[in-house]
Design a protein. Structure first.
Length: 140
């Protein structure tokens, strides 16, 4: 399941505040920030069988390809890949429940992506499935 949790931006003469008040962070155990080296690099495919992820763009924008894994030992290469564009100025959190793989590409220089995870770092090596970048061929 993929959900979008919409936030907002409050602006006045002092500046602005970006927020996502409906994002319940009670399940979050850790976070990290992704900043690709350049806009050519695609970071992926990485999938998680038991961990959930929430993504929030801090700056710039990202294209994200998403695939729901059907078989963890050998997923079908024909799985439908969905593409979404995530932008900092849209102030939203995108939630991926367990079972999805993702590949990210920054669309602007210095784009940063904040990632929240519902398991501690000790679980990370136990739930890390990677596939070659050209593995899934059914991209929209």
């Amino acid at each position: 399941m993929i959900d979008t949790i919409q936030g907002g931006i409050a602006k006045d003469q002092r500046g602005q505040i970006r927020f996502v008040n409906d994002f319940d962070m009670s399940l979050v155990k850790r976070f990290y920030i992704i900043k690709n080296a350049d806009i050519e690099l695609i970071r992926g495919w990485r999938a998680h069988r038991i961990e959930q992820r929430w993504f929030y763009v801090l700056s710039g924008s990202f294209a994200v390809d998403i695939v729901e894994i059907d078989n963890w030992d050998k997923p079908s290469q024909e799985l439908l890949v969905e593409k979404r564009i995530l932008k900092a100025d849209e102030s939203q959190v995108i939630h991926f429940s367990k079972g999805y793989g993702t590949a990210f590409q920054a669309l602007e220089e210095n784009s940063e992506l904040l990632v929240f995870v519902d398991f501690g770092i000790d679980n990370a090596p136990l739930d890390d499935y990677t596939y070659p970048l050209d593995y899934f061929i059914n991209r929209k």
